[in-house]
Design a protein around this ligand. Sequence first.
Ligand SMILES: [Cu+2]
Length: 70
Amino acid sequence: METAKYSVPSINCGHCTKTIEMELSEIEGVSRVRADVDSKSVEVDFNVPATEEMVVTALKEINFPPEVEK
Ligand SMILES: [Cu+2]
C-alpha cells in the first residue's frame, strides 16, 4: 500500500474535506482518505489499480489542486 500526502491550499471548511473524501474514495483502489481543514492537507492510502496520478487528477477535477506532493 502507498500513502500520498498533499498540500491543498483551497481547503477552507468541513464541506471541502467531505467533498474530497467522498470523491477520492470513489477511485477503485483507494482505501482511506483523510482531509484536514487546519493543515489544508489530504492524505490518501491506495493500492492498485489506483495510482498517484489518478488521485492528483481527481483532486484537480473537483477544484482542489494539490500544491506540493510529498
Ligand atoms: Cu469548504
